[in-house]
Design a protein around this ligand. Structure first.
Ligand code: ARG
Length: 588
């Protein structure tokens, strides 16, 4: 259904044109003086210059034309030429009733749905999933869900780092620990075992040990590089070990992502793109784009409009090895072939900005994608500890995601048990849901590109702009509805009445922005705008709840109206957190 703001602007446009002014001046914006009005139109100020009139005269003329408006109950021209507007209670109620009856609460799906490739997660196989990957998973999941909610065909791909030096490190460490394994017998010609030569527990320990060793032991590091090279060139025994590493780690990664409620459509990785690399390189040379520079093969990416010079994209090192950028280009070739995306969105650390600029430009220059393919990089900032430095464990190591989550859940559990209204089992389950919401919302409520402070005490607080506060609001509505039903009331969406109090109106006005917020938040790739919206909506609801006796209201029509209004509020909140990848418990 049409956005409320669009409807407002349509009326304003009619009024402006009827008075002889261009419709481009008819913009409505939220009021910055909520004490005076709800919306405002500042168009008369600009029109005054174009038509050489006093702004206040134009505003007054337009206000006059709006005298029988269906949408605005107040339209007041004030000095020096603002048009102060209030929304009619009848219009608001009508809009909300329509919203309540629609499947997506008044949001119109995209007219031309796009296929959108969302590349996020980006875990590196065999390395522990740490907090650095948390942001990519959490932000990416919400971006993907936002796009899907708008009706696009979004494809989420985890794009694993599964082809790097970590593989060689693990192979050589394994050789040192278990030299008797057939993989290390150059003369062995039989089948390789089906069973992996390590458990996930061992693997988790092998990689950090090998990585530490390579920093002290130059010979070991060289062995690992050679092993990586042989693996990448198809050496069968190492391929066999690699497959084991993949199988064991993938099972663990899937478990970890599932516990975050992060779901990928594709579990592809850098390794899947390798087969496209030889042709890619040939093609770049054939087109005259790639040239040798100090032994490496590079592609220039500079454009006239660049404010500073950007380094060329290296597609092959002097030792013949492919690089991160080469993998990403090859992956685009595969994605074009398999999915023909209309748009690409990548979510990774903002320090990878240059990398993605290089990849996007080469992909366009080389015709891997069409010249005007929308390719967005959503780079996120660092998650810092309270000391303002990148988040670490107490002993200074990288924090494993599992431990981080368990720690949050424990704290939430304690808080829930303080109230002692639920059984311990229920409190555990609830703590898991609320803890995850605290973590995700704590991240998503910040503008992605900014660094933020991971402050567990604040994130799990039931007050303020936090996940638990939003969930608490939803749970509060659920409990009012339960009580209402227990008193013999019928919980069903009836007619929402025109708001009769300030707080009821405030709630209504916030609700009717829903479709607009969902659209702009996706176009701006800005989950934090959804968070801001639901935070304000929760505040409006709680103000209304504080002001209004819902359960003891004596007028049945009014009470039914309240019930319908809070049901809609619950649906909007639940839908919006769902889009963020967050769930609400039944009770808290
Ligand atoms: N594995 C990479 C890392 O840990 C992130 C991958 C991001 N996606 C991509 N297509 N490059 O930094």
């Amino acid at each position: 259904m049409k956005k409320a703001l669009t409807m407002m602007e349509e009326e304003l446009k009619q009024a402006f044109t009827a008075c002889g002014y261009e419709e481009k001046f008819a913009k409505a914006v939220l009021s910055n003086r909520p004490d005076l009005c709800e919306y405002q139109c500042n168009g008369a100020m600009a029109a005054a210059k174009a038509y050489k009139k006093k702004p206040i005269d134009i505003a007054a003329e337009v206000a006059n034309k709006l005298s029988d408006s269906r949408i605005f109950s107040m339209k007041e021209a004030v000095m020096p030429g603002f048009l102060n507007l209030k929304i009619s209670e009848e219009f608001a109620a009508g809009y909300l009733n329509k919203m309540a009856g629609e499947e997506k609460l008044g949001l119109d799906e995209a007219e031309n749905p796009e296929t959108i490739m969302v590349d996020y997660g980006g875990a590196n196989v065999a390395k522990p999933l740490h907090v650095g990957h948390l942001r990519s998973a959490v932000i990416g999941e919400s971006v993907k869900r936002m796009g899907r909610f708008l009706g696009h065909k979004t494809i989420g791909d985890v794009h694993l780092g599964d082809w790097g030096l970590q593989m060689g490190l693990i192979i050589e460490e394994l050789r040192d620990r278990k030299p008797e394994l057939v993989y290390f017998d150059e003369t062995y010609a039989g089948e390789y075992p089906k069973e992996a030569p390590f458990t996930i527990g061992e693997l988790e320990e092998i990689y950090p040990a090998a990585s530490a060793k390579s920093k002290q032991d130059e010979a070991f590091k060289e062995r690992a590089q050679t092993a990586t090279f042989r693996l990448q060139n198809g050496y069968a025994p190492y391929r066999a070990i690699w497959k084991h590493i993949m199988a064991v780690s993938l099972a663990d990664l899937k478990k970890n992502y599932a516990s975050l409620n992060v779901e990928f459509d594709l579990w592809k990785g850098e390794s899947d793109a390798q087969e496209y690399i030889p042709d890619l390189i040939d093609d770049l040379i054939r087109q005259g784009l790639a040239y040798e520079s100090q032994g490496a093969l590079v592609v220039d990416i500079g454009e006239e409009t660049d404010s500073k010079e950007l380094p060329p994209c290296i597609v092959r090192k002097s030792d013949g090895a492919a690089l991160y950028a080469t993998s990403d280009l090859a992956t685009i070739i595969e994605r074009e072939r398999d999915f023909h995306p209309d748009r690409y969105i990548y979510i990774a650390d903002k320090r990878q900005d240059l990398h993605f600029t290089q990849v996007f430009r080469v992909a366009k220059k080389a015709g891997i994608v069409k010249k005007d393919m929308p390719m967005a990089f959503l780079g996120f900032g660092t998650m810092n500890g309270k000391d303002g430095k990148p988040f670490k464990t107490r002993d200074g190591g990288v924090m494993r995601l599992e431990h981080l989550i368990a720690g949050i859940n424990d704290q939430v559990f304690k808080r829930i048990m303080e109230n002692r209204t639920v059984t311990e089992d229920e409190a555990r389950d609830t703590a898991r849901i609320v803890g995850l919401a605290a973590l995700k919302y704590g991240d998503l409520s910040n503008q992605a590109g900014k660094d933020y402070i991971f402050d567990i005490d604040r994130f799990i607080s039931f007050e303020g702009n936090t996940g638990p506060y939003i969930l608490y609001t939803i749970v509060r509505i659920k409990s009012i509805l339960t009580k209402f039903a227990e008193n013999g009331g019928k919980v069903e969406a009836g007619r929402i009445l025109p708001p009769a109090s300030d707080s009821e109106k405030g709630l209504a006005l916030q609700l009717l922005k829903f479709n607009e917020v969902m659209e702009t938040s996706f176009e701006d790739l800005a989950p934090h705008k959804v968070c801001q919206y639901i935070y304000e909506l929760s505040n409006e609801f709680n103000r209304f709840y504080h002001d209004t006796k819902i359960l003891s209201e004596e007028d049945p029509a009014r009470q039914a109206g309240y019930i319908s209004l809070i049901m809609l509020t619950k649906d909007v909140l639940t839908t919006a957190i769902g889009v963020l990848g967050i769930e609400a418990p039944e009770r808290m």
